[in-house]
Structure formats: C-alpha cells, structure tokens
Design a protein around this ligand. Structure first.
Ligand code: IMP
Ligand code: MG
Length: 452
C-alpha cells in the first residue's frame, strides 16, 4: 500500500533525480489538460473518444520530449568537450555561458551522446501505454525507462558500443544473490560478447580472491568456459572489477575451477590511482570506521562494523536483523559529511564512495568511475596488443565515454554507487534484473538492425 509517508519520503531531496522530476513535471501539464477523466459520462456522445484522447496526449507528450531533446543538444554544444568540467579553472569571463537546461536543472552533468527522446518516448509508449492512461500521469519510472531507451538508441546510432559494464546486486541478480546458470541474463551477456562488445562486471562487492567472485557469478563463468560459440578472443573480453575499483580479474578458461585470473594491480592502476598512498587509504578508512561506529551507537543500529583491506562497512547483526531504511540513509549522509571534513578527506588524496547497499552501508576506496575507467583502459591495451601481434589489418580501439554503457540500479546522487560511473560513460538506470533483461533485448534488437 502506498502510504502518505511513502509519498513524502520519496520527495526528500537525496531521493530525487532532478532531471527526471523536471521532465515528469513537464509531462504533467498535457496529462492534466488532455488525459484526466471529465465530468461527462463515456456513453454521452459529446464525450471525446478514448482513442482520440490518447492520440492527443501522445502527440503532446512527444512534442515535449522533442523539446527536451533539442535542449540537450544545446547543452551539449555549450559543455566542455571532455566529461570533466575543464572550464572550471578558467576566469569567469572565458567560461561558456550555462545552457538553458543547466539553468532549469542545476544538477545536470555532461552528456556524451545526444538523446533521441521523442523516438524513445514513442517506443516506450507502445510498450507501456503511457498516453492511454487517464488516471495515472507519466511517472518517474516511465521517464527513467524513456531515458534508458534513448541512451540505448544513441549508443547504437550516433556512436558504437565497445564496452558494456554491469553492476552486480539488483542489476544482474537479486540483492545478495548470485548469477545462476538458469538466469535469462546469461545467454544475453554471452550474446553481447559474441557481437564483439567487451563486458565488465563492476561491483562494489570487494573480495580479494577469485573463488568468492565465482560463487556470485558462476552461472555466467561456467557457461562462457564451455560454450563453443565464442572465439577465444571473444572469451577474453570479460572482466570482473570488484570493490568498485580495487580488484581486477580477467576471464580465463584455463584458470579452472573458477575461470578468473587475478590481474596484478601494477598492470592496471591508472597513473592517478598509483598516487593513492597506502597511508592515505588507511587514514581514510580509519576515519570512516570511526564515523560508522558512531552511527551504530548513536542510532542504536542492529549492526556490526566490518573492516576490509579497501573498504569498511556496517552489516546487519544478529543474522536476519534489518537496519531501517532511514537509518541506512542517515548513516551514509553522516559518514559522507564527516569524511569530507576529515583531514584525509579534505586533502582529497584518495577518492571514496559511501553508499547504501539496501541492507548495509559501505565506504569503499575509489568508486565506479575508476572501475569503469580501468575496464576501458584494460581493453584498449588488450586490443592494441592483439593488433601488434596479428598480421591482419585490425584497428586499435579507443573506448571513449560515448562507446561505454554502464548499467546499474544506484543512480541517486547521495548514497548511491553507480552514479559516479556517469562521469566516464553513458548509463542506464534499471530497477531489477528483469529490467536488465528487457534492456539487453532492446539493445540486441537495435544492434541487429544496425548490422542489417
Ligand atoms: P553492487 O550492487 O554489485 O555494487 O554490490 C553492492 C553490495 O556488495 C553491497 O550492498 C554489499 O552488500 C556487498 N559488499 C560486499 N563487500 C563489499 C565491499 O567491500 N564494499 C562494498 N560492498 C560490499
Ligand atoms: Mg547494485
């Protein structure tokens, strides 16, 4: 049941996405003007037919999505070329003026592709009958799915997809579960690899050894090891990046029984990551641990603190206990604030990510923007090596943000870990593994059409 409490809770700023809320607000106007039930009974001949109302609403919704599409084009024309705001150090007079979209939605970030929102709306309207509804206005989920479709259309039309990265929990399997052999995602991930798309699983789950990742991902790893439909080079295009950006494993059919080969850090750390000193990492985790302990005490949480090599978190205790949602979010926001103001945090020597995992809270060293970047660089290096060792005329690949798609469930700006991936690639925001299945079907369909 949707209580007044739930509705109000969803309005809290840390639980809102400004762009989606803004688009939802725009669509509410034609909904009120065209779709709402009217006082005349349907049997009355003066009443407009349902089809007519739906057509009119669809036309107006599509027009609005087209207008937003054009505004995003304008925003892209004014944003700096790189995803990072390279203009931030320029004197004010040399900075490009903010776009209209930036003024209307101040939290808006960079876009790496244009978004065909009108076409995406029409696609989702055919699937979800948005404009046929008279009592329920276009919702947060409608807009989220339209944005996802637009992004999938864009990466297959305006650029090409070289790398797809996936979050683990809630994206590939239910929270805390594993990717089982009968998961419908297994054949779809294999299909991506078969089409030459590189795949990275970029999860917060931070384990130092391959066996633990095998437990979570065995359905996919076993299927990839035995299939004869993929070439060895396609098989080598799967990476697992754990602990956000801390442990890298490459798929290797020869590395039985877990099929994952640990890649030594020295081989994949970016130059910026090499500068994160062990002393700074330890200082940040010490501060995080102290802040988490304070929350456990202050909020009387049924939880215990878990310190790891590159992370610290609180997990429910005793087993089966449930930490209330509000307490999880409060803990994330408190810890985030304390860390930003701590000595280690103020020096900004090491990036960190504090997030609400649904049942637990973790602070990890690094974040998914680094995890996805490492996958981009790893695959670029691998492709360059195969070009130089082969006699064919293969081209080296550059995996730019517009060639990258990260799929995840955590995209709220505070206390969510997939959000950071937005700075290095395009993204799709799903809410369950079954939505990931639908998204991959949509993607396969578009890639198939492009090929034909
Ligand atoms: P993701 O959705 O794949 O990013 O996984 C997030 C979940 O992994 C968290 O909610 C935790 O339950 C679990 N987890 C296990 N180890 C770690 C860790 O070291 N850091 C963060 N999360 C962890
Ligand atoms: Mg997740």
């Amino acid at each position: 049941m949707t209580t007044r409490y739930r509705v109000e809770y969803a309005l809290k700023t840390h639980r809102r996405d400004q762009l989606i809320e803004w688009i939802k607000g725009l669509l509410a106007v034609p909904f009120v003007l065209h779709s709402q039930p009217h006082g005349i009974f349907q049997s009355d001949t003066r009443a407009p037919s349902l089809e007519h109302m739906a057509e009119e609403a669809a036309r107006r919704y599509a027009e609005i999505m087209r207008d937003v599409e054009v505004m995003i084009d304008d925003h892209m024309a004014l944003q700096p070329l790189s995803g990072v705001d390279a203009s931030s150090n320029l004197p004010a007079i040399n900075k490009p003026p903010p776009s209209k979209l930036k003024l209307l939605v101040p939290s808006i970030g960079p876009f790496f592709t244009r978004l065909p929102l009108e076409a995406a709306f029409k696609y989702q309207d055919r699937k979800r009958y948005i404009s046929s509804r008279r009592f329920v206005s276009p919702s947060f989920n409608d807009v989220r799915l339209i944005l996802n479709s637009a992004q999938i259309m864009a990466v297959t039309t305006y650029s090409s997809l070289h790398l797809a990265t996936f979050d683990g929990d809630v994206t590939l399997y239910d929270d805390g579960q594993s990717l089982e052999p009968d998961s419908p995602l297994v054949p779809r991930l294999l299909d991506l690899l078969r089409k030459g798309v590189r795949v990275g699983i970029v999860t917060a789950a931070g384990y130092t050894t391959a066996d633990r990742y095998y437990v979570r991902l065995h359905g996919l790893l076993d299927a990839l090891a035995i299939t004869t439909e993929l070439t060895p080079s396609q098989k080598s295009n799967l990476l697992v990046m754990g602990g956000e950006a801390n442990y890298l494993f490459a798929f290797d059919p020869a590395a039985a029984p877990h099929y994952l080969r640990a890649v030594p850090r020295a081989e994949w750390l970016t130059p910026e990551m090499t500068a994160w000193s062990e002393a700074d990492i330890a200082a940040l985790l010490d501060d995080a641990e102290a802040a988490l302990r304070e929350c456990v005490k202050g909020l009387n949480l049924p939880a215990t603190v878990m310190r790891k090599d590159r992370a610290v978190g609180i997990i429910p205790e005793p087993e089966g206990a449930k930490i209330p949602r509000e307490s999880l979010e409060e803990t994330v926001l408190v810890v985030q604030r304390l860390l930003e103001n701590s000595l280690a945090g103020r020096r900004k020597a090491v990036p960190f990510c504090a997030f609400n995992g649904g049942r637990d809270v973790f602070v990890d060293i690094g974040d998914k923007s680094w995890g996805v970047t490492v996958c981009q660089k790893y695959f670029e290096k691998q492709a360059a090596a195969s070009v130089s060792s082969s006699s064919t005329t293969q081209q080296p690949v550059t995996i730019r943000p517009e060639n990258t798609l990260h799929v995840g469930d955590q995209f709220l700006s505070a206390g969510a870990n997939d959000f950071r991936a937005r700075s290095v690639g395009t993204t799709a925001w799903i809410a369950s593994p079954s939505e990931t299945v639908e998204l991959l079907d949509e993607l396969a369909d578009l890639m198939g059409k492009k090929l034909s």
